[in-house]
Ligand binder design. Structure first.
Ligand code: DGL
Length: 265
C-alpha cells in the first residue's frame, strides 16, 4: 500500500480526458494534475523547449511527493518521455505506448491513422511504436493543429468544427484507414464530430482507458495502491480561473479550486 499521490501533467486542459479515466479506474488514489497553461500549446514547439517545460513540471510533482508521474500530453510523451525517464526518481508513464497498443489490437486490416499535433506527427513516435508491435501495419499521420483551439474555445458542437474536421480527414478516405488514433489529449472531446465525418466502419481509439488500466496494473503489481478516499488537486501555471471555467467542457462537472503555480517561481 502507498498513499502517496500520482502526478499527471499536460500542456493545459486536454489532459483532463486522461484524468477522468484515472478517477474512474482508481477512485482511491490522490491525484495531482498540473496544466501548463502559461506555455500551451506544446504542439508547435521544439523538442528542446517541450523537454524543458516537462522537466520543470516533473520536478514540481516530485517535490509534492508523487509515487508515479503520468505524462498525459501526447506531444510531451512523444518528445520528452525518454529524457524524463532518465531524470526522474519515480516511474514515468506516457500515452503513446497505450494508444499504439490499443490501435494495433483494434485494427482488423492493419491500416492505422494517427491524428496529432504537428510536433507529435513530426516526431514519428506513434508510427515507431505501432510498427514495433505490428511491422506490417500501414500508418498514416495527419496533423490537425486547429482542433486544439476549437476545443479550448468550447466549439466542439459548432458547425465550423465539422467543416475543419472534414478538411483534415479527407486524405484518410484514400488510405482506407480502419482505425484512427486520437493522438492528442483534446481530440476525444471531438469524437462525435470525427466519428460523424469518418463513418461507423472506422474505429476511434484514444489512450485514456488503456493508460488507466496500465496504471492500475502497475500499482497492483508493485503493491502501491492507495487505500481510503481519493482526492484531486489541480494546478495551472497561468489563469487558473479560465482553466476552471473551460474544464467544464471536458469534465462535465465544475472544479472547486484550481491553484496557481508558476513554474520556476
Ligand atoms: N496536450 C497536447 C497533446 O496532447 C495538445 C495541446 C498542445 O498543443 O499543447 O499533444
Amino acid at each position: 500500500m502507498n498513499n502517496a499521490p500520482i502526478g499527471i501533467f499536460d500542456s493545459g486542459l486536454g489532459g483532463l480526458t486522461i484524468l477522468k479515466a484515472l478517477q474512474k479506474t482508481l477512485p482511491a488514489e490522490r491525484l495531482i494534475y498540473f496544466g501548463d497553461t502559461a506555455n500551451v500549446p506544446y504542439g508547435s514547439k521544439s523538442r528542446e523547449t517541450v523537454t524543458r517545460f516537462s522537466r520543470d513540471i516533473a520536478q514540481f510533482l516530485e517535490q509534492k511527493g508523487v509515487k508515479l508521474i503520468i505524462v498525459a500530453c501526447n506531444t510531451a510523451s512523444a518528445l520528452a518521455l525518454t529524457r524524463l525517464r532518465k531524470t526522474c526518481r519515480v516511474p514515468v508513464l506516457g500515452v503513446i505506448e497505450p494508444g499504439a497498443q490499443k490501435a494495433v489490437r483494434s485494427s482488423r486490416g492493419g491500416r492505422i491513422a494517427v491524428l496529432g499535433t504537428e510536433a507529435t506527427v513530426k516526431s514519428g513516435a506513434y508510427r515507431q511504436q505501432i510498427l514495433k508491435l505490428a511491422p506490417h501495419a500501414k500508418v498514416t499521420q495527419v496533423p490537425c493543429p486547429l482542433f486544439v483551439p476549437l476545443v479550448e474555445e468550447g466549439w466542439s458542437k459548432n458547425p465550423v468544427t465539422r467543416l475543419i474536421a472534414a478538411q483534415y480527414l479527407k486524405p484518410l478516405a484514400k488510405t482506407q484507414a480502419d482505425t484512427v488514433i486520437l493522438g492528442c489529449t483534446h481530440y476525444p472531446v471531438l469524437k462525435p464530430v470525427i466519428a460523424n465525418v469518418l463513418g461507423k466502419q472506422v474505429q476511434l481509439v484514444d489512450s485514456a482507458q488503456t493508460l488507466a488500466q496500465e496504471v492500475k496494473n502497475y500499482l497492483i503489481s508493485h503493491d502501491e495502491q492507495a487505500q481510503g478516499r481519493g482526492s484531486l488537486t489541480i494546478y495551472a501555471s497561468d489563469a487558473p480561473e479560465r482553466f476552471k471555467h473551460l474544464a467544464k467542457h471536458i469534465l462535465g462537472t465544475r472544479l472547486k479550486t484550481v491553484r496557481l503555480k508558476k513554474l520556476n517561481a
